[in-house]
Design a protein around this ligand. Structure first.
Ligand SMILES: Cc1cc2nc3c(=O)[nH]c(=O)nc-3n(C[C@H](O)[C@H](O)[C@H](O)COP(=O)(O)OP(=O)(O)OC[C@H]3O[C@@H](n4cnc5c(N)ncnc54)[C@H](O)[C@@H]3O)c2cc1C
Length: 447
């Protein structure tokens, strides 16, 4: 009987375990995860801060589901992998042998890298928070009870979730942006301004072109006798802002510490081939920790996306169970919420688009696509509705759909399946094109 050991109970690890069980009904599957919550929706953590969803709803899996699928969940941290003998060491010193191993250890927030962020012991200063896991979310909620003000740094989705979460928890929140607008490598200027305006309406104080110089420490408790904690920040421009929380979301990096002990090949992440196998034949990797290659450019790619982690996990699991399966990169798709606006980001947008492939960028607003047939489905009734299409020679390369989501699925299909849009390209690129209508008509005909 084969023993499969999976390290990490996130999207990649659990998807791999399901695939293994599908192909090998009798093999022993052991999932090792350091988080007591096991498997849950990481993207849903933001809703714990805003209290829109109770914690229980983030769990697609209960402990009994692991049992039902004949898997064992060990709530432990793995500390070392001996690839020569095929053994994983757990933090209590126990050793587990494996026939096939999956590294699905995910990614974590990078530190802000500024003075004052760490204590002399190397630990993070209490009050400096990130949003990677359940424990972080609970800590933020708890600290917000006593906090008067917070500063958040970072330019992407998680930073926004921290800002909105802290505001919802009643904390006066300053949002520092290094540049002159929000998420400029993905959003265009109008989209950035829409998000910023909505954040300001929620109460955020946005500071453009502002960076933290240092985090200031104070002593908590009566008469300042308690632990050292966040007291404020100074900015590179020389201002001081008092605060009790500093939220850091300046990017994520793969968790490689365990992979390093195994001796597998590592570049930006754990290097895998199309079967998700690492440089060692009995060790696989999937999800945020894995480094894949973009076949069109040959360049390494590190995705930090839930659907990618699930797909890679499924492929890794099948191959671990001996069923040869190749991972095919799907067009990146991210459905998220930006300042309350449902936003779908499809394929190549913003700085990710190679200039020479793009023939034009077209934009439409609610006025131009209000008359789309209801049959196409999904969400509506947003006060802001916007589509931006990256139009290539023959196909759509990418898109952003903000607000009303009626067209996000059709556009995703057009991009993902590289449907030839030559027939409508001229109409899409025409001045004042009613792009929503053009796409909707085309989709009705194409499907
Ligand atoms: C706040 C937030 C919002 C997000 N929003 C979106 C979104 O809108 N859309 C989207 O597509 N993606 C989103 N993501 C990203 C998405 O959640 C990740 O891409 C996905 O969870 C990656 O899955 P994974 O299985 O690779 O890793 P993870 O889900 O990170 O799971 C890895 C697990 O391994 C555990 N682990 C690590 N090392 C060890 C060890 N040595 N021993 C034991 N256990 C270990 C970790 O504790 C963790 O539980 C978001 C992420 C966060 C944090």
């Amino acid at each position: 009987m084969t023993r499969y050991v999976i390290i990490g109970t996130g999207a990649a690890g659990v998807s791999a375990a399901e695939a293994i069980r599908q192909h090998d009904k009798t093999g022993e599957i052991i999932l090792i995860g350091e988080e007591p919550e096991g498997y849950y929706s990481r993207p849903g953590l933001a809703y714990i801060l805003t209290k829109e969803i109770p914690e229980e709803q983030l769990h697609p899996f209960e402990p009994q589901d692991f049992k039902r699928l004949g898997m064992q969940f060990l709530n432990m941290q793995a500390t070392h992998i001996d690839s020569a003998t095929g053994k994983v060491t757990l933090h209590d010193g126990r050793k587990l042998t494996f026939d096939r191993l999956l590294l699905a250890t995910g990614a974590e927030a990078r530190p802000a890298g500024v003075p004052g962020e760490k204590l002399p012991t190397g630990e993070t200063l209490p009050g400096v928070v990130q949003l990677d896991n359940f424990a972080n979310a609970r800590e933020i909620v708890q600290r917000a009870r006593k906090a008067k003000a917070a500063v958040v740094v970072g330019g992407g989705i998680t930073a926004l979730e921290l800002v909105e979460g802290l505001l919802a928890l009643g904390v006066k929140t300053h949002y520092f942006l290094r540049g002159d607008r929000y998420w400029s490598n993905v959003l265009d200027e109008t989209e950035s301004r829409i998000v910023e305006h909505r954040l300001q309406e929620e109460g955020a104080r946005i500071h453009f072109n502002t960076e933290i110089e240092a985090i200031l420490q104070k002593r908590a408790g009566l008469f300042g006798r308690g632990e050292a904690c966040v007291g404020g920040v100074t900015t590179k421009a020389g201002d001081t802002i008092s605060c009790d929380i500093v939220g850091v979301a300046v990017g994520v990096g793969p968790r490689l510490e365990l992979a390093k002990t195994a001796g597998v090949r590592i570049e930006k992440g754990v290097v895998v081939d199309k079967t998700m196998q690492t440089s060692m034949s009995n060790i696989f990797a999937a999800g945020d920790v894995a480094q894949d290659f973009d076949p069109s450019t040959g360049k390494p790619v590190m995705d930090v996306l839930w659907p990618t982690a699930r797909d890679q996990g499924r492929v890794a699991g099948a191959n671990m169970a001996g069923v040869h399966t190749l991972y095919v990169r799907n067009i990146p798709l991210n459905v998220t919420r930006l300042a309350g606006l449902t936003t779908t980001i499809i394929g190549a947008v913003g700085g990710r688009v190679p200039d020479n492939d793009t023939i034009g960028i077209v934009r439409g607003d609610s006025e131009t696509w209000r008359e789309i047939p209801e049959a196409i489905a999904a969400q509506s009734n947003f006060d802001v509705n916007r589509i931006r299409l990256m139009v290539g020679e023959k196909t759509l390369l990418g898109a952003i759909v903000m607000g009303d989501q009626k067209l996000s699925q059709p556009i995703h299909q057009l991009v993902a399946h590289q449907i030839d849009i030559t027939a409508i390209r001229g109409r899409l690129l025409a001045p004042n094109a009613r792009i929503g209508e053009v796409i909707a008509e085309f989709w009705e005909m194409a499907r």
